[in-house]
Write a new protein. Structure first.
Length: 324
């Protein structure tokens, strides 16, 4: 059985070197599908012998297409291999190196799914928080066809009828939140994208989906030492390179504004964020200034409420403001 990592990239030089060092400790093959990177990502990938580099020629954001591309490439290396689908900002906690649950997983038959839980690394790089359940990221390939959706599609063939192993000791260190400015710009793009592909989706639902972290940062814990990579034990430490010039989402956002017009996005709660004011040039006047005071108050309190009944009531209030 080969262990194969499949990863899409687009301007991931900020963390790619650390990702490949960590993935090289467990993977026999690391398949990287690059989509028009211009930040040095390709040069980094080519330094690693285990990397099998392919090109994602799509000019649009298309999760099902790139996942199908990666899965098909992985299957060229044979049947019944272990395939783990990771983004470049996701790194197995270092304790996998001596964890029995990691070893035991590979004793299972084809079709067995691996579920991991994110440990979201905070910008201080010393703490983390968790607010998501386990997700299925890997499986022992049984040839199942891919199941897909337009956005946030499952990365691999997933089935409720298959055996799933939920790893408890090992976490998936998630560095998306560690580069805060990159996170904000990326999530603003996601909100613009959702507004276009799901025009009937509630603005409040879009807000909550892409701003949940604003209310969970306070629930932080110190990162356990056994999760961390070190120079002495592993030959490297996780290092981030914060390059603001690689934010390709800025151009995509401005293209959406040019195509649809600013009024189409006026109700998205993004306009007051200092990161957005710094990186995205958008109008600062017009009807949407109303939301700077009232609508943002509704959204902020909506995000803090744990009770679904009150959220439904507040959503109705928000929808009223949006329609008048």
């Amino acid at each position: 059985m080969k262990k194969i990592c499949i990863t899409p990239i687009r301007n991931e030089a900020w963390i790619l070197d650390s990702f490949l060092k960590a993935a090289s400790l467990w993977a026999d093959i690391i398949i990287i599908a690059d989509q028009n990177s211009d930040d040095g990502s390709l040069d980094i990938a080519r330094k690693y012998n285990k990397v099998h580099l392919i090109e994602n020629r799509s000019v649009e954001f298309n999760e099902p297409e790139r996942q199908e591309l990666l899965l098909n490439e992985a299957r060229k290396f044979g049947d019944n291999n272990f395939i783990l689908a990771l983004d470049a900002d996701e790194i197995l906690s270092a304790n996998f190196l001596y964890s029995k649950e990691w070893e035991d997983f590979f004793l299972n038959p084809p079709g067995t799914q691996m579920a991991l839980k994110w440990a979201n690394i905070s910008p201080d790089l010393h703490s983390y928080w968790e607010n998501f359940p386990h997700f299925i990221f890997g499986f022992i390939d049984d040839g199942s066809p891919k199941n897909s959706s337009i956005i946030h599609s499952p990365r691999i063939p997933v089935s409720n009828n298959k055996k799933t192993i939920y790893l408890k000791e090992i976490r998936l260190l998630h560095f998306q939140y560690a580069f805060y400015e990159r996170l904000i710009v990326k999530h603003v793009w996601y909100q613009f994208h959702e507004r276009i592909i799901n025009p009937d989706k509630s603005i409040l639902d879009i807000y909550e989906q892409y701003n949940h972290f604003r209310y969970t940062f306070k629930k932080k814990s110190s990162i356990p030492n056994e999760w961390l990579y070190s120079q002495n034990k592993n030959g490297f430490e996780i290092a981030l390179i914060k390059d603001f010039s690689s934010f390709y989402w800025i151009e995509l956002i401005n293209n959406m504004v040019q195509e649809k017009g600013i009024q189409y996005f006026k109700n998205l709660y993004i306009w007051n964020d200092p990161v957005i004011k710094k990186f995205v040039k958008l109008p600062t006047s017009g009807k949407r200034l109303f939301y700077k005071y009232i609508y943002s108050f509704i959204l902020y309190n909506y995000g803090k409420l744990p009770n679904r009944f009150y959220k439904r009531a507040l959503k109705k209030i928000g929808d009223f403001f949006l329609s008048h």
